[in-house]
Design a protein around this ligand. Structure first.
Ligand SMILES: [Zn+2]
Length: 345
C-alpha cells in the first residue's frame, strides 16, 4: 500500500485513503431496526450542482481531512472526513442530489449517519453525514434527494466531543471505495467549505506526533506479531510517529534514534501519570512520663523494676504494646511502663 502522504501529494481531490473494507455505507446487511441499507446496484441520475451541507457562516471548521495525530487511545491516525462544529439540531443538507442508501440512528456509543449515493459524471460517489441522532426524520433509504435538501440534523452521537457534522466523501474506484477530501472536492465545484465557515480552528497536521506506551509494549521489527521483538518498551515510553502511517494496526515509530513498530492500540497521546510514590511514613509520636514511673522487665507489676523514670522525662516512641503496658526506652534501658502514666509529647 502506498503511503497516505504520497497519495495526498498525488492530488488533493483524488487523495485516496484505501478503504480497509469498512466503509459505513457498504454494510450489506440489515443489522437492527435503526439501521437501514438498500441494494446498491441502482445508479442515481447524474448531477452537477453542489451545495454546502450546513448553512454558510453557521459552523466552524474544526478538523481537516487526512493524516493526524492519534487523538485518543484507539483513535485513528487518519481523519477520513472534515469536521464542522455547529449547534445541535442545525439542518444538514445533501451536498448534491442522489439516493439515500443507508440510515443509522446514533446512540452515545454508536455513530449515527446517513449515506447518499451520487452519480458524478458517471462515477459513483457516496457522501456520509455522521454523528446524527435520528437518521430517518427527514429521509428514508431508497429516497431520491435534491442538492441542498434537508436530510438530517447536527448531533453528537458516537465518539464525539460535541455537536458537529463529520462529512465524508467516498469515490468508487477500480480498487474499491476510497475516501477523498470533501473540502478539496467541493472547492473545485464552486462550494467552499473553508471559506463559508465563520471560523476555521482546524490545526495543521504536525510532521510528527509523540505518543506514550500504555504498558509494557513489544517494539518489533515489522508490522505484525510475526516480526521479532527488538525489546520491551516499559510503560510510558515516548514513541515518535509520522501521522497517517499505519499498517495492519501497527505504526512505525522511533524510540530515540531506533526505528521499529508498535501496535497502534497500545499507545496513547496522553503521558501516563508518574507512578504514585508512597508518602513518607508519618513520624511516630514520642511520649513522656506524667509521674515518676517504674520501668519494668515485663508488662505487669509482677516483673522486676529496672529503674524509676522521673516525672516529665521523655521515653521516646512506643516500641511494643501488651494490654495496658508499653515498651519504651529510658536512659539506655528498655523495659515496660504502664500506659496510664504516658502522654504524647
Ligand atoms: Zn471527524
Amino acid at each position: 500500500m502506498r503511503s497516505i502522504r504520497t497519495l495526498l501529494l498525488a492530488g488533493a481531490a483524488t487523495a485516496a485513503l484505501v478503504l480497509a473494507g469498512i466503509a459505513p455505507a457498504t454494510a450489506a446487511v440489515q443489522q437492527a431496526p435503526t439501521v437501514a441499507v438498500t441494494a446498491q446496484t441502482t445508479m442515481p441520475p447524474p448531477v452537477t450542482i453542489f451545495r454546502l451541507p450546513l448553512a454558510a457562516k453557521t459552523y466552524s471548521l474544526t478538523s481537516h481531512f487526512g493524516p493526524r495525530c492519534i487523538p485518543v487511545r484507539y483513535g485513528p491516525t487518519v481523519h477520513r472526513g472534515v469536521d464542522m462544529g455547529a449547534a445541535g439540531g442545525s439542518p444538514i443538507a445533501a451536498i448534491a442530489g442522489g439516493i439515500v442508501i443507508a440510515t443509522v440512528d446514533g446512540t452515545s456509543t454508536r455513530e449515527g449517519y446517513i449515506t447518499i449515493k451520487h452519480n458524478f459524471g458517471g462515477v459513483e460517489y457516496r457522501s456520509v453525514y455522521m454523528h446524527v441522532w435520528s437518521s430517518t426524520t427527514h429521509v428514508k433509504v431508497g429516497q431520491l434527494v435534491r442538492n441542498g435538501q434537508r436530510i438530517g440534523s447536527v448531533g453528537s452521537s458516537g465518539a464525539s466531543s460535541g455537536n458537529h457534522l463529520h462529512l465524508e466523501l467516498w469515490q468508487s474506484t477500480a480498487s474499491g471505495l476510497v475516501a477523498v477530501d470533501p473540502a478539496a472536492f467541493l472547492k473545485k465545484r464552486g462550494v467552499d467549505l473553508y471559506g463559508s465557515a465563520y471560523r476555521v480552528t482546524a490545526q495543521p497536521t504536525p510532521a510528527t506526533c509523540t505518543y506514550y506506551t500504555v504498558g509494557g509494549v513489544n517494539f518489533r521489527t515489522g508490522p505484525s506479531t510475526n516480526h521479532s521483538i527488538i525489546r520491551m518498551l516499559p510503560l510510558g515510553t515516548a514513541v515518535v510517529h509520522v501521522p497517517g502511517l499505519i499498517t495492519t494496526g501497527f505504526i512505525p515509530v522511533k524510540v530515540g534514534s531506533q526505528s521499529g513498530w508498535v501496535s497502534a492500540s497500545l499507545v496513547s497521546p496522553t503521558q501516563p501519570a508518574a507512578p504514585a510514590t508512597a508518602p513518607p511514613p508519618a513520624p511516630k509520636p514520642t511520649y513522656a512520663a506524667t509521674a515518676a514511673l517504674n520501668l519494668r522487665t515485663g508488662p505487669s507489676t509482677a516483673y522486676a523494676r529496672i529503674l524509676v523514670i522521673p516525672k516529665g522525662a521523655n521515653v521516646g516512641v512506643i516500641l511494643a504494646s501488651s494490654g495496658d503496658w508499653r515498651k519504651v526506652t529510658y536512659a539506655g534501658k528498655t523495659g515496660w511502663v504502664h500506659s496510664a502514666y504516658l502522654v504524647k509529647r
